[in-house]
Design a protein around this ligand. Sequence first.
Ligand code: NDP
Length: 454
Amino acid sequence: MPTTTLFILGASGDLTSRLLLPSLAALMSKHPKRKVILRGAGSEDWDATTWRAAVTEAFTDAPEALAHVTLSDYRQADVTDAGAVASLVESLEPSTVLYFALPPAVTAAAIDAMAGLTLPAGTVLAMEKPFGEDEASARALNEKLLALVPEQQVFRVDHFLGRSTLLNLLGVRLANRIWEPVWSAEHIQAVLIRFDESVALEGRARYYDKAGAMIDMIQSHLLQVLALLAMDPPATLDERDLRDAKAAVLRATHVFGDDVNESTRRAQYTAGRVGDRDLPAYRDEDGVDAARQTETLAEVVFEVASDRWAGVPFVLRSGKALPKKCSEVVVTFKPVRHLPPGLSGVPADGGRLTFSLGPDEMSLRLHVTGGDDPFALREENLLADLGEGQQRSYEEVLDELLDGDVALSVRADEAEECWRIIQPVRDAWASDAVPIEEYAAGSPGPAAWATSQA
Ligand code: NDP
């Protein structure tokens, strides 16, 4: 297995210490044959001993993995400074993975500072979310990146859906004749993609208060899940076929009915209790600017305007401080066309397929008889355990990055489309056309929302 150099910009930051380095440790302990040279740059004035101590601490859970990592230099550098960036680029070995673990504005400035430089062959640029701040800035960033390296060497991290979960979803859908023929507006009534979190702000106001639930989850992650569910079956799972199929869906996606008033809702949590934790109101959390009216719960209904999907609502919902974590995809089928009279308890749907993510489980809710009254319909769930699955962890991200596999990274056009899709919602929310509602922390969300009852 070849040795790869991983060079982290922002090596003294939160993402690096909390997620990247511990995930690298876990990965290396599972794949001891892999060899990595680790380099870092950051704003802190660290010497070699401090850098080693920071990495060793992050490897606490898998100290043996340190043996497979060659700890190279840490350099203090302002990565927005053209001179510092030029010297950093000069020091790169071919095929280095350059990970921008930096605040988005700093990443954008670092890419500007690289303009005109020649990166060694095979350099991979790993970009964190949010990628840009709207369609125009994402496009401008893409143009700058693509002037430096080809698209196959840009890895826009989407850390939400792991490879195993993605394959679980695709496997069930594509390998069974009972699904593929009914996977369309002809038979499907609605699709819900939900990511409810019980955690609240957790000190991340600096980022979250500007992003809010829609950009944090719907724009960055849940639209990717929508694209996977709604895409035409790709001929292969290689990056080109998979990303072409997803991009085609995203190009066809828009707010349902182009009606932001009917199809979007936003809310913010007030003080409450989640489990055994008392939470202050969001607006009273440290670092929050109450005047921003940032939503901590968002729901947007989209339509994929294509022959396969026109008319089917895809409801995407995500929020914080909810009673429990719930990460699922629910596909509800249309009622059957005719049910013989005499059966009682006529159902409102024709069955429901639910994927719960991480650990992955599939449940199929069927209408059956066979209770005390042989003519009465009732519901029964068929459950299948699909394995651990993964809400994409940084271990998986690093595994793919070090393998040079970009299939699950977000392609340039997809990143731009996801901003284009949500822009009308941002405009409507910014102008208060859709009022912000409230829900108590620990409650399922505003009572009037159908998704709060489900
Ligand atoms: P931080 O605010 O912790 O910044 C990362 C590092 O970049 C810090 O060490 C910071 O140093 C350094 N830095 C800032 N400016 C410069 C500069 N000009 N030159 C060199 N270094 C600089 O951010 P995070 O680590 O939280 O996030 C990084 C990225 O990862 C963001 O895009 C974020 O959205 C994304 N992300 C973060 C997650 C998390 O849990 N933290 C989760 C998922 C994604 P200093 O502090 O001294 O300014």
